[in-house]
Design a protein around this ligand. Structure first.
Ligand SMILES: NC(=O)c1ccc[n+]([C@@H]2O[C@H](COP(=O)([O-])OP(=O)(O)OC[C@H]3O[C@@H](n4cnc5c(N)ncnc54)[C@H](O)[C@@H]3O)[C@@H](O)[C@H]2O)c1
Length: 261
């Protein structure tokens, strides 16, 4: 068949097993539901104290007709990561798609950031992404197949006020994405990231109570609106699908043009 007659690669992920960290809330919940809509079975994970939220996501995934397991996970603990992988493999036999979504922010002027603030943000946002990827990639490497999608931020490629630790962690995720992509490419594993602009979620809700902050943010987004969880989820599904088979090491900015200025 001539290449111009080739069928379009699918953006569906039917029958794949996808694991989403921080899936009880905000973007993680929307990403899990979008992957389920695109055909995946899910492992939804969240902190032990947030498992009620994770179970809500589980019910919504099952309502979409997909299989789902909820597992508690603290991404800063290697033991917890190990247990999460074991439970997922016991239930589904493999993990095809890993979405490293769990993340936190502590907004403070640089001069007020404590060592504890710094360690907490870097531990969840960067160390967590690395060790979850390492643990899940072991199986992907054996099967020579897998997709990893890291939720970075536009703040991984630009600076923003009061976010010394957060911006540093997300810049780390952008470059870690490149390193893992080139190391694991020969094993047919794609590692990419999504870099959202501001999206209203429990993480950012407080910020948007300040009208001058909202105005300042909107002024910087040429498309004139904040991100919606589904904007981010759509990008994750694309990068998890066959349609993105030749994309690796990339950070797809979902920022309404913020960084294009
Ligand atoms: N909301 C935004 O504007 C925005 C913009 C860019 C990037 N992001 C990124 O998107 C991701 C999701 O953010 P969100 O806005 O949905 O926030 P959120 O606070 O609603 O959700 C974060 C989830 O991560 C979980 N989590 C926190 N610490 C954890 C840990 N140690 N182990 C496991 N899970 C943990 C939380 O329990 C929660 O379910 C984060 O990585 C965030 O940095 C968000």
């Amino acid at each position: 068949m001539a290449s111009h007659d080739a069928p379009l690669p699918s953006m569906r992920v039917d029958g794949r097993v996808a694991l989403v960290t921080g899936a009880g809330s905000g973007l993680g919940c929307s990403i899990a539901l979008a992957l389920a809509q695109a055909g995946a079975n899910l492992v939804v994970t969240d902190l032990p104290a947030r498992m009620a939220n994770a179970r809500q996501t589980l019910r919504r995934v099952r309502d979409l007709g997909r299989e789902c397991l909820a597992v508690s996970l603290n991404v800063t603990s290697l033991k917890s990561i190990e247990r999460m992988v074991e439970k997922s493999i016991r239930r589904f036999g493999r993990i095809d798609i890993l979405v490293n979504n769990a993340g936190i922010n502590i907004s403070k002027p640089a001069l007020e950031v404590t060592e504890q603030d710094w360690d907490q943000v870097l531990d969840v946002n960067l160390k967590g992404v690395f060790f979850c990827s390492q643990a899940v990639a072991r199986g992907m490497i054996q099967r020579k197949s897998g997709k990893i999608v890291n939720i970075a931020s536009q703040n991984g490629v630009i600076g923003y006020y009061n976010r010394a630790a957060y911006c540093s962690s997300k810049a780390g995720v952008v470059n870690l994405t490149r390193v893992l992509a080139i190391e694991w490419a020969e094993r047919n594993i794609n590692v990419n990231a999504v870099g959202p602009t501001f999206v209203r979620t429990p993480l950012t809700e407080k910020l948007f109570q300040d009208e001058s902050f909202s105005r300042e943010v909107l002024r910087r987004i040429p498309l004139g609106r904040l991100g919606k969880p589904e904007d981010v989820a759509g990008a994750v599904v694309f990068l998890s699908s066959q349609a993105a088979d030749l994309i690796t090491g990339h950070t797809l900015l979902v920022d309404g043009g913020w960084t294009a200025i």
